[in-house]
Design a protein around this ligand. Sequence first.
Ligand code: OGA
Ligand code: NI
Length: 382
Amino acid sequence: MAAHPVPSHAHNAADLSAVLTNTNTTLRNASLLSALVHKTQQLPPIFVEAEGQRPVLEMGSPPLASTHVIPIVDMSLLSSSDPAVRASLVEEIVAACEKYGFFQVVNHGVSENLILRCETEAHKMFELPLEVKERVHRPPGTSFGYGANTWVNQTVMHWAESFHMQLHPKSNIREFSRKLFTESDYTIFSSTVEKYMGQIEKLGRHLVELLTEGLGLEPTRFNHYVENECMMSMRFNLYPPCPQPELAIGLRAHTDPHLLTILHQDEIAGLQVQIDEEWITVNPRPDCFVVNIGDLFQVLSNTRYKSVLHRAVVNGTSKRLSLACFLNPPLNATVEPPPELITTERPPVYRPFTWGEYLANAYNFHPANGGERHERFFLEKS
Ligand code: OGA
Ligand code: NI
C-alpha cells in the first residue's frame, strides 16, 4: 500500500510545544478532540510516532492472519464431572500464560447483555461534549478520571481517549457519574458500570484460583491478594478512526503493571501482543474476554507466567472500544513468590515489594521510556 506523506507542517509551533510540555490534561484533551472534530486528512504532528515504532497494517487495519493464535479456553468445561477435563483446561491456561502471557475465555458467565449495556454507557460517556468530560478530568500524576492517554515523559500522544474508574477499595464511580450525567441518566451509568465490574471481579477471582492451581499451589493461596481491600479498576479506551493509522498508535507497547487484566474488545481489531519479536493481532471475539498476566503475577509465579508486551493500533474507518479491568492487591500487600516456587532451577529473581511501591513507579518507568519496570526490583539491584 502506498504510504501517505508524513505531515511535516506543525499547525503552529508554539501551540505544539505548549501541548508537549503541558502536564495539564485539559490542553491535551482539547488537542485530541480538536484533531477529531476537524476531521483532518493529515495526522497532526503531535500524534506521529517515531519511525521504527509505527505499526505495520494491511489495508489500513491490523493483519488478522498470523502464525500464532491466542488460545481460547471454554470455561463451561470447568463444571465437567470428569476431573481429567478440568485438569486439561488448567493445563491449557498454564501453557498459554507460560508462552504468550495471554489467553481468552468463552462461556465465562458474564452475560452478553451486561457487556453490551456497559459498552453503550461507555459510548454515551465519550460522546459527551469536552466541557462536560472535563468535569472529571484526570489531574496530572493521578490515576483516575478522563484524559487523553499519555505517559510521563512521552511527547507523542496516543490516538485514544480514556476514562479510568475504581470500584475497590473505594468506588469513585457514582461521584464521576453525577458530574457527567443528568439526574435520570447518572444512576443508569453508575449501576451498569458497578454491575459489570462486580461480575468481572468475580470472574477474575476465579481465574486467579485457576492460575494458582496451575502453579501446583492450593487454589486459594493467593486469594488474600484479591479479596477485601484489593484494588479493582476499569479503563474505557476509545480509539477513534484515524486519518493516518500507519503513523499513529492507540496505546504504545507496554506490559500491564497489575496482577491480572480482563479486557473486552468490541468487533474491531486493534489489540496486538508481541510474540517472538512479531506483533500478533488478537482477533476480536465479542463473546470472549482477553485475559493477560500482569507484572505482579509474573513476580508471584517466580517468572513462570509471563507479563508480555502488547499495544493497541488504530484504523482509518472504525472507532474501537475496549473495556479493560485490572485486578490488584491491596496497596500495602507484599508481593513475593511463595517458597514452593523457588527451586534450584528457578532461583528467586525479585526482591519483595509492595504493590503501592510498584505502582508509584509504574507509569514513569516504562519500556517506552527506556527500561522495564520489573528491573528495578531485581534482587541484585536491591
Ligand atoms: C490496556 C490495554 C489494549 C486495548 O488498557 O492496558 O492494553 O486493546 N488495552 O485497548
Ligand atoms: Ni495493557
